[in-house]
Design a protein around this ligand. Structure first.
Ligand code: TMP
Length: 200
């Protein structure tokens, strides 16, 4: 039963909505699960998240903080949940670092992959869903949401084109693990496309 499922995608693609629908799905099926997020999931990680989302910093500092949060989160939340045979649903994980800090900020992807292996003790998700849509539409949806943007949401379209390319490259390299989901479809259809890949 133990399984690590991660949900990824650029801002505005409807990640939070799909995470909630998946939580309900596991509840209804009475499948024991833990729902968590990165950066976050523990007190220390939420503090690191607060710094990452609001303070400007050097890209190297940024990747090291994401990986520090990941190491803490993996050891304290993900690993124990997997050991007790739970499904772990994680809103963003190691692929976000490759897409955002690697493709987006230009940090060497090999370096990030090494740091990811260290932080996760060589564990990769069993399944990763990349909620995908063009940057133009994702931005429109962010505007409609109208909440106060964090420092990532203030970044420009070029940055998000690079991040999206990062995600699509990851999916093409690891098609068994990483599934691209067309998020321009209506919410329920997106959810159906996700659960189609689950063996529950
Ligand atoms: P959220 O929007 O899913 O709450 O994620 C917070 C931000 O952190 C989002 O803009 C993506 C960014 N992020 C990275 O840049 N690298 C990472 O490794 C992770 C996990 C998130």
């Amino acid at each position: 039963m133990a399984m690590l499922i991660t949900i990824e995608g650029i801002e505005g693609v409807g990640k939070s909505t799909q995470v909630k629908l998946l939580e309900n799905y596991f509840l209804e099926k009475k499948i024991p699960f833990v729902s968590t997020r990165e950066p976050g999931g523990t007190k220390i990680c939420e503090k690191i998240r607060n710094i990452l989302l609001h303070d400007e910093m050097h890209p190297l500092t940024e990747i090291l903080l994401y990986e520090a949060a990941r190491a803490e989160h993996f050891t304290n939340i993900i690993e124990p949940a997997l050991h007790s045979q739970k499904v772990v649903l994680c809103d963003r994980f190691m692929d976000a670092s490759v897409a955002y800090q690697g493709y987006g900020r230009g940090i060497d992807v090999k370096l990030i992959e090494n740091l990811n292996s260290i932080a996760t003790k060589n564990t990769k998700p069993n399944l990763t869903f990349i909620l995908d849509m063009d940057v133009e539409n994702a931005f429109k949806r962010l505007e409609q949401r109208g909440s106060t943007p964090d420092r990532f949401e203030k970044l420009n379209k070029d940055f998000y084109e690079k991040v999206r390319k990062g995600y699509l490259d990851i999916a093409s390299k690891e098609p068994d693990r990483v599934k691209i989901i067309n998020s321009l479809q209506e919410i329920q259809k997106v959810h159906n496309d996700i659960i189609m890949h689950l063996k529950y």
